[in-house]
Design a protein around this ligand. Structure first.
Ligand code: NAD
Length: 264
């Protein structure tokens, strides 16, 4: 018998064509789950990652190009996953974008986009996936929040608002689903060196009048008492643990993996 904890199960990970989401998809596939990956990128890169999931872990991997700002596309992605694999047992709401600007200059379309992708998409995926989880009597919902779900930083109004929102959505869903053997938790990373962090550096330099090195050392690493970036594998390891039987009583939690940032 397989000792993998997710054999015969399916995991859907939004925003998993790079960074944290891809590491989580690989971690869950390593535990035997068929996986649905999602997000944007060069088609050849996405196909390489999808094929690598299948060949390295011996599972099936499906790619969905659903845009997490579009509720109909989200419902379609969950339906396709259930039709293809028979279930969505593990749902990881990970898609996210960032934009850095003072509030008075914050473009309205950026505000709407960040709230839609970083917060509303999790509500829509849950609406679509919860009925199947309830029917099967088992589920794991993991939301990638952020240290910014617990503390704020200037110039990230939409991101901080969305991440505080997803922490509240997580707690609410956990209470609704507690008697169905479905746990709902947030993982809240500190700074992880991914495209999302790299892309915010020029706007942070502008908003704070700093050099690139100052942003990295005096803003990003300075936030974390360990003075080190968190790694994508460290986030994925917690996601895998949350899928285990040992974690069945952890629900409604917001778990920081942030080098001590939010302990301060
Ligand atoms: P990333 O840019 O590497 O990954 C983001 C993923 O989301 C990509 O796959 C991208 O294609 C996808 N995506 C973006 N817009 C989308 C849309 N409209 N529809 C579908 N997919 C979309 O960044 P990351 O750092 O790995 O971020 C993943 C999550 O982790 C985000 O929710 C982010 O807020 C959170 N997070 C990151 C950090 C960090 O320091 N990197 C810290 C805390 C939280």
């Amino acid at each position: 018998m397989s000792d993998k904890i997710l054999s015969q199960k399916t995991a859907l990970v939004t925003g998993s064509t790079s960074g944290i989401g891809l590491a989580i998809a690989r971690g869950l596939a390593g535990q035997g789950a068929n996986v649905v990956i999602n997000g944007f990128g060069k088609p050849e890169d996405i196909e390489r990652e999808r094929a690598a999931l299948e060949s390295e872990f011996g599972v099936k991997a499906l790619y969905s190009d659903a845009d997490m700002s579009k509720p109909e596309a989200i419902a379609g992605m969950v339906a396709t996953a259930e039709q293809t694999f028979g279930s969505v047992d593990v749902l990881v709401n990970n898609a996210g974008i960032q934009f850095v600007s003072p509030i008075e200059d914050f473009p309205l379309e950026k505000w709407d986009q960040i709230i839609a992708i970083n917060l509303c998409s999790a509500f829509h995926t849950m609406r679509a996936a919860i009925p199947g989880m309830k029917a099967r009597g088992w589920g794991r919902i993991i939301n990638t929040a952020s240290a910014h779900s617990l503390v704020a930083s200037p110039f990230k109004s939409a991101y901080v608002s969305a991440k505080h929102g997803i922490a509240g959505l997580t707690k609410t869903a956990a209470l609704e689903l507690a008697t169905h053997k479905i746990t709902v938790n947030c993982i809240s990373p500190g700074y992880v060196w991914t495209p999302l962090v790299e892309h915010q550096i020029p706007d942070t330099m502008k908003a704070r009048n700093l050099t690139k090195d100052q942003v990295i050392n005096d803003v990003l690493l300075a936030a974390q008492p360990t003075k080190e970036f968190v790694t994508v594998e460290q986030i994925a390891a917690l996601a895998v643990f949350l899928c285990s039987d040992a974690a069945s009583q952890i629900t409604g939690a917001n778990l920081p993996v942030d080098g001590g940032w939010t302990a301060q």
